[in-house]
Design a protein around this ligand. Structure first.
Ligand code: AMP
Length: 379
């Protein structure tokens, strides 16, 4: 069986510095290796851009994988070719074979049909457990899949698709979306797709300032994406038209700059010209936590303030705690937001931590992901 996983892990001094992604793939790999004679594991690592780079080798991952699976894992010298085929078919070789970095070949990202076929020739069953690359039509996520009659999603992939599909198509209601973070441009598609589906939309973080500006409220030196102010006005109008409550912060934790050593000041309504909003204020925290408390399903993406700095982290932490107080189904998406949940110590009590990054956002935008479509495609 061929298993596409996401072992795109951070490396430091040639060692894996964060093993979370390898651990996350273990349930699927354990299940597959218990059933299959050979488990062919494939991943990309970094951006070698079609070249064989020693620093992008999966060798450090092999060591960890072997330890975690408690079984020998062979690192193939490449991901396609006669030598790899011979290893795969050699019964004397270990049952788990980790292919070398898929992106050592241009054919992976180019979704080259010959490369896809060469990968597909290594196994009879295809399993995708790399949801984080499902938004890319690459050879290992899309092109090779049509060569298999038997194909399916691994546990991680399935969990992502199940939670996100349920959120978009059959949510528990009230459904509340809480969006923060820095960039409006990253979230436009998500906002557009979610507004008609949610029962309430709460906007915090730097994102809120482009919306407040669109409402004619002064935001001082806060981060604003000027070119997106008209679009924010359009989204506000869309929400009004659909009678979806769209809540923006009513107060802010402000400072003259991020670095300033003076204590932050709480400001209500308009922010003076020389200050910037760096967290939601206490009244907003109460409003937002009340709304979250009423929800049966909550999606949260993007921190509500500059949470990496302790004095601007309270809003994010308070809302993270509120998410776990009731019995709502909670879905947290995005690396920063998952980190914020971890910081608040609530990670374990969140129903689903979506780590798909770009793939999660595109799914929430309502796009059909190539990796998902490939699994559903005709036999
Ligand atoms: P994103 O990647 O778009 O989810 O943005 C995450 C980043 O937004 C984090 O690094 C936060 O520090 C930052 N952020 C959130 N709120 C603010 C704010 N009010 N001002 C500046 N940065 C913010």
């Amino acid at each position: 069986m061929f298993v596409r996983v996401d072992f795109n892990v951070p490396l430091r001094d040639g060692k894996v510095s964060e093993t979370h992604r390898i651990e996350a793939a273990l349930p699927t790999l354990r299940r597959v290796s218990a059933q299959a004679k050979k488990t062919i594991v494939a991943s990309h690592l970094g951006r070698p851009g079609g070249k064989r780079l020693t620093e992008s080798s999966l060798a450090p991952v092999r060591d960890i994988l072997s330890r975690l699976l408690a079984t020998p894992v062979l690192l193939a010298p490449d991901c396609i070719g006669v030598e790899v085929e011979a290893l795969v078919h050699d019964p004397r070789q270990p049952g788990v074979i980790l292919l070398e970095n898929l992106r050592f070949h241009r054919g992976e990202e180019d979704n080259d049909p010959d490369f896809a076929q060469a990968l597909a020739s290594l196994a009879e069953v295809y399993v995708n457990d790399a949801f984080g690359t499902a938004h890319r039509a690459h050879a290992s996520t899309a092109g090779m899949v049509k060569f298999f009659r038997e194909k399916g999603a691994g546990f991680l992939f399935k969990k992502e698709v199940d939670y996100l599909s349920r959120l978009l198509s059959a949510p528990e209601r009230p459904l509340v979306a809480l969006l923060g973070g820095a960039k409006v441009s990253d979230k436009i598609g998500v906002l557009r797709n979610l507004i008609p589906k949610v029962d309430g939309l709460l906007i915090g973080g730097a994102l809120a300032y482009t919306f407040l500006k669109a409402k004619g409220i002064s935001v001082g030196k806060s981060l604003v994406e000027e070119d997106h102010v008209p679009l924010a006005a359009e989204l506000i109008a869309q929400a009004e038209r659909l009678e979806v409550p769209l809540l923006l912060p009513v107060d802010h934790v402000t400072a003259q700059g991020v670095q300033g050593d003076q204590g932050p000041v709480i400001v209500e309504d308009s922010i003076p010209l020389d200050r910037m909003g760096l967290d939601i204020g206490p009244k907003t925290v109460i409003q937002f936590t009340q709304e979250v408390g009423k929800a049966k399903m909550v999606l949260w993406n993007g921190p509500l303030g500059m949470f990496e700095v302790e004095r601007f982290s309270h809003g994010t932490r308070a809302v993270a705690l509120a998410l776990t107080r009731g019995n709502a189904i909670s879905i947290i998406a995005g690396g920063d937001t998952v980190a914020a949940a971890h910081e608040a110590g609530v990670e374990e009590r969140i129903s689903h931590l979506s780590t798909g990054g770009g793939a999660t956002l595109e799914f929430l935008e309502g796009k059909k992901l190539p990796g998902v479509a490939a699994l559903e495609g005709p036999d």
